[in-house]
Design a protein around this ligand. Structure first.
Ligand code: CP
Ligand code: NVA
Length: 306
């Protein structure tokens, strides 16, 4: 049966660990010149309704490095713009390609596409989740801290799609995620409740960024206004000002804590330039690891090889 990645909850803890391990092995194999073209002849269709730099390029390069190809589509240059149903898109694309990656607004659109597609569907970001981001962030965490077990992730800022995926990762792996968000901008309670129903999630909410980072291993932030929220951007700057990741906040965290950001960043808003460029920031290794994790993911989804 085909597998999809629509949220991190689609994976077992064991599968997450295997993907992280395989991603690190593929990173080393690429560096050593021994990476095998395990997806030779395979094609990934990519649909972008929202813009992207990292997701587009890292998925494309992942396919090329593994001997496959990509077809890049935007909403505007496909019949999506003229309301072709996703149920039809899913069935048609499945006749041409070996997997579909989609970035769009609505999680239910991705679910509908996956329901009708007979090839694997990967969520490349919706308003609700960004599973590829957080899976690849686990690669960075393991590299930087030695383990993903028992970590404490402090999320500072908006309780958004990336925050939701961290909550799902906690549901699978049982580490602690403390989210410091302003009132009204906390993660959706349904996401937390669903994660908690899995049994091992450790999710805490606070309004105080200093409290969140006090025992953190990872300090994570993201833009204050996500794609689709541009009209709220100015209003959000005022609300989120006390939630900036800056030198003062870092001084409240343990010395070993690393700073992560999924990028793109708005320097001077959610993160200061000195912290972005500082010795505790791992943001560019994080961006690189999108590529390695997605190679592992595509290989697994398209060949079944774990
Ligand atoms: N982090 C991330 O998904 O970046 P892009 O929006 O550039 O794809
Ligand atoms: N929360 C951000 C993440 C971008 C990768 C957004 O959705 O715009």
């Amino acid at each position: 049966m085909k597998r999809d990645l629509l949220t991190i909850l689609d994976l077992s803890a064991e599968e997450i660990r295997q993907l992280v391990t395989r991603a690190r092995a593929m990173k080393a194999e690429w560096a050593a010149g021994s990476l095998q073209p395990s997806l030779a002849g395979k094609v990934l269709g990519m649909i972008f309704v929202k813009p992207s730099t990292r997701t587009r390029v890292s998925f494309e390069v992942a396919m090329y490095r593994l001997g496959g190809h990509c077809v890049y589509m935007t909403a505007g240059d496909t019949q999506i713009s003229r309301n072709e149903p996703l149920s039809d898109m899913g069935r048609v694309l499945s006749r041409y390609v070996d997997g579909v990656m989609v970035r769009t607004y609505s999680q239910s659109d991705v679910e509908e596409l996956a329901r009708y597609a007979t090839v694997p569907v990967v969520n490349g970001l919706t308003d609700w989740f960004h599973p590829c981001q957080v899976l690849s962030d686990l690669v960075s965490v393991e590299e930087e801290l030695g383990s993903i077990d028992g970590i404490h992730v402090a999320w500072v800022g908006d309780g958004n799609n990336v925050a939701h995926s961290w909550i799902n990762a906690s549901a699978r792996l049982g580490f602690t995620v403390t989210l410091a968000c302003p009132p009204g901008y906390q993660p959706d309670p349904k996401v937390i409740e669903r994660a908690e129903r899995q049994g091992i999630a450790k999710v805490k909410l606070t309004g105080d960024p200093r409290e969140a980072v006090r025992s953190a291993d990872v300090i994570y932030t993201d833009v204050w206004a996500s794609m689709g929220q541009e009209a709220e951007s100015e209003a959000r700057k005022g609300v989120f000002k006390p939630y900036q990741v800056n030198a003062e906040l870092l001084a409240c965290a343990p010395a070993h804590a690393v700073v992560m950001h999924c990028l793109p960043a708005h320097r001077g808003e959610e993160i200061t330039d000195d912290v972005m460029e500082g010795p505790r920031s791992v943001v560019f290794n994080q961006a690189e690891n999108r590529l390695h994790l997605q190679m592992a993911l595509l290989e697994w989804l398209m060949t079944g090889k774990s």
